[in-house]
Design a protein around this ligand. Structure first.
Ligand SMILES: Cc1ncc(COP(=O)(O)O)c(C=O)c1O
Length: 397
């Protein structure tokens, strides 16, 4: 019997250059982002400049986590307590959590067969709810048709916040994920595309939005020490009415992120080689459905999703169990009981007037997911795919 022995939780080590830079920060004692010598740019300053440059946007703010970036994004967008915010029903808990944290009320939108947000339901809910904010999760790296999304946003006057936790490095028709919306948020938590344990970014083209985000993030009155931020005058309009909700990035984490960012595109290529090994073996099994990715989408295959149409809940439980016994960790997004990092929408019971979403439940009922850490080789991915196919065949009988 084939068994896989590596851990699904093991990441690659931090590049030596990052370790050296982190040690230099520790030796200097200047870990706080604003603790600089005259004329010096801190590691956090440099990271922000480099991230803005990578994305091709004027403004970037590094902060303490992706969830924190989403939270202050809502506030910087001007959300008032009780305002409705459209968001994917298929996402992870930090997304509705960030909306709740900012005083917003999530309006959950169905998932479609391609695992992206359902654009017909989005439009219907935009009309029905009258929401003016839309937090779009590019969940598990799947980019919805961004041309249609932008058209819907324009027609319904929606302020778009992209949650790019899973799409750093991805693009749609050559346009980078994170440059479509009014604001984009990224995570650098360990399982994301660059790893600082915890961390995140907020990016935007709007000077006033970035000025508010910088104030919220805890800049004290050092807001003019941002080199990927707007000019000082922009802060004059907002500095007295924008509270400090401290959530800064520090120089230690910035130091380890900078060399990873410089190598991001190479890493994305390595993820995609692994993804395609898994995809081809899984898709060849008639019981397994792997969504065909649109030509317009350049995704980052740091995880793979597939479904087992026709499998009942009990069979899915068996597939997860037997794969687990052979060392292959599958996540089941349809599980009624929240487990591990995964929770179904109806477990976020703090959401007011929780809708029943039968379409979403039906799609999630057979949706399985695996992480693809770069510590796995292509041979490892082949073995994982073969184990999954064997188990699916056994459980089908
Ligand atoms: C889809 C999605 N959005 C946002 C976040 C929030 O990121 P962080 O963990 O950095 O707060 C995560 C983290 O897992 C996520 O998966």
């Amino acid at each position: 019997m084939k068994v896989f022995e590596k851990l699904f939780t093991q990441q690659e080590s931090i590049p030596e250059k990052g370790i050296e830079a982190a040690v230099a920060v520790m030796r200097s004692g200047r870990l706080h982002r604003y603790n600089t010598l005259p004329g010096e740019k801190s590691e956090t300053d440099l990271l922000e400049i480099e991230f803005a440059d990578y994305l091709g946007v004027p403004y970037a703010l590094a902060c303490s986590s992706g969830g924190y970036a989403l939270h202050i994004a809502m506030r910087a967008a001007g959300l008032q307590s009780g305002d409705k915010v459209l968001c994917n029903a298929f996402t992870l808990a930090p997304v509705p959590g960030a909306i709740h944290n900012s005083g917003g009320v999530p309006v959950l939108v169905d998932v479609a067969d391609d695992f992206c947000i359902d654009l017909d339901d989005l439009e219907a809910k935009a009309v029905e709810s009258g929401a003016k904010f839309f937090m779009l999760s590019h969940m598990r790296g799947h980019l919805a048709d961004m041309d249609r999304i932008m058209d819907i946003c324009q027609r319904h006057n929606l302020f778009l916040i992209e949650d790019c936790a899973h799409t750093m490095g991805a693009s749609w028709n050559g346009v980078k994920s994170g440059t479509f919306g009014d604001i984009a948020c990224f995570s650098t938590q360990t399982y994301k595309h660059i790893n600082s344990g915890e961390g995140g970014f907020l990016t935007t083209r709007h000077a006033d939005v970035m000025a508010r985000a910088i104030m919220y993030s805890g800049s004290y009155m050092l807001f003019d020490h941002h080199f990927a931020g707007p000019p000082k005058e922009v802060f004059d309009q907002i500095r007295y009415d924008t509270p400090n909700y401290s959530g800064r990035m520090d120089n230690l984490r910035a130091a380890i992120l900078r060399p990873q960012l410089a190598n991001l595109d190479t890493q994305c290529g390595r993820w995609n080689q692994r993804y395609s090994v898994l995809e081809s073996t899984l898709a060849a099994c008639p019981a397994i459905d792997v969504p065909v990715r649109p030509d317009a989408e350049t995704f980052v295959g740091s995880s793979i999703q597939f479904s087992l149409p026709g499998f009942g809940a009990e069979q899915i439980v068996q597939v997860v169990k037997h794969c687990g016994e052979r060392g292959v960790v599958l996540k089941w997004f349809g599980n009624a009981e929240p487990a591990d990092y995964t929770s179904r929408y109806d477990s976020w019971r703090y959401i007011q007037d929780m809708p029943k979403l039968p379409n979403t439940e039906q799609i999630l009922a057979t949706l399985l997911d695996i992480r693809i850490p770069l510590t796995f080789s292509e041979d490892d991915c082949q073995l994982i795919a073969e184990i999954i196919v064997d188990v699916v065949r056994e459980c089908q009988q």
